[in-house]
Design a protein around this ligand. Structure first.
Ligand SMILES: Nc1ncnc2c1ncn2[C@@H]1O[C@H](COP(=O)(O)OP(=O)(O)OP(=O)(O)O)[C@@H](O)[C@H]1O
Ligand SMILES: [Mg+2]
Length: 275
């Protein structure tokens, strides 16, 4: 427990947004707009006649609009919202992969990201090589890496597949390695975008237990998931994004309740399922 602060809120991780000094993620008036340029539905004829003239249309998608919140150090934030609500965009911005169009994101500490499957690994090199490259990119020294490598490989339980190109992996095997890398990097801040549901039932259980362990340590975690049971079980703060805007930031139970009411699906077994 920190004794430096006499602010009663400082040690209470269940308090939602609005904490000042001890924030490890601070998002202020964040907006992200994607600009995509494309050829506007050309017919074959127009494709031929317009070829080389570069007539393109720009479509703007406002993925996030004026989002502000703070995550205190050591808090576990659940991020929920419908498909396309802006969750992955928010996580990518916090990870520093995507620049804000407007507003600010401040992050205090080393960030490790487990983005949606398919991001990060090079499929043409082996699992072992990917782990080594990823570790070096994350700033680990060779000695640290040698130590970590064994833990990562043991947790992923991929056996000899570690020395085969990752294109030979099933999607579950790919996800197991991604999960194992992200949780073993000793991050101060761990961002997980829908990756808890990888693997078979046994690995899911194991990754859930690992998450529980990490959540109990003093790390800041952002967990994006459609499994609302995980939000209730693991998180102590939750955010609901709706069409790029912050719809709610409160205790997980309240957010899950409001969100399921909004979706009109009821808090049934499958909606609340663990992982
Ligand atoms: N690279 C991109 N280029 C253009 N538009 C994008 C891009 N990525 C996302 N979008 C758009 O931004 C909006 C938010 O997308 P985002 O992926 O952040 O949603 P999400 O909440 O993660 O959804 P899901 O639950 O399906 O993962 C969507 O309208 C989407 O079409
Ligand atoms: Mg997403």
């Amino acid at each position: 427990m920190p004794s430096v602060s006499d602010d009663p809120r400082a040690s209470d991780a269940t308090v939602p947004a609005g904490l000042g000094d001890d924030a490890s993620i601070r998002v202020e008036n964040l907006s992200v707009t994607y600009r995509t340029s494309f050829e506007k539905r050309p017919t074959l004829k127009s494709t031929v006649t317009r070829m080389g003239r570069g007539e393109r249309t720009v479509r703007e998608i406002e993925a996030l609009q004026d989002v502000s919140f703070e995550v205190p150090r050591g808090a576990v934030l659940g991020l929920v919202g419908a498909n396309g609500a802006g969750k992955s965009t928010l996580v990518r911005t916090v990870a520093g992969i995507l620049p804000p169009t407007a507003g600010r994101v401040e992050v205090d500490g080393r960030v490790s990201t487990l983005l949606a499957l398919g991001v990060g690994f090079n499929r043409n090199i082996t699992g072992r090589e990917n782990v080594v490259l990823g570790g070096l990119a994350a700033g680990l020294t060779r000695d640290e890496l040698a130590e970590k490598y064994d833990e990562i490989a043991a947790f992923a339980e991929l056996g000899e597949f570690m020395d085969l190109p990752m294109r030979t992996y099933s999607s579950g095997m790919y996800g197991r390695l991604a999960f194992s890398v992200a949780v073993h990097m000793d991050p101060d801040i761990l961002l997980i975008d829908e990756a808890l549901s990888v693997g078979d039932a046994r690995f899911k259980r194991k990754s859930f237990e690992k998450m529980r362990e990490l959540c109990a340590e003093a790390r800041t975690i952002v967990l994006v998931t459609h499994a609302l049971g995980s939000v209730r079980d693991l998180c102590n703060q939750a955010i609901w994004l709706n069409k790029g805007r912050l719809a709610m930031c409160d205790e997980p139970d309240k957010v899950v309740e409001a969100y399921t009411r909004f979706l009109d699906v009821g808090e049934s077994e499958e909606v609340l399922e663990d992982v």
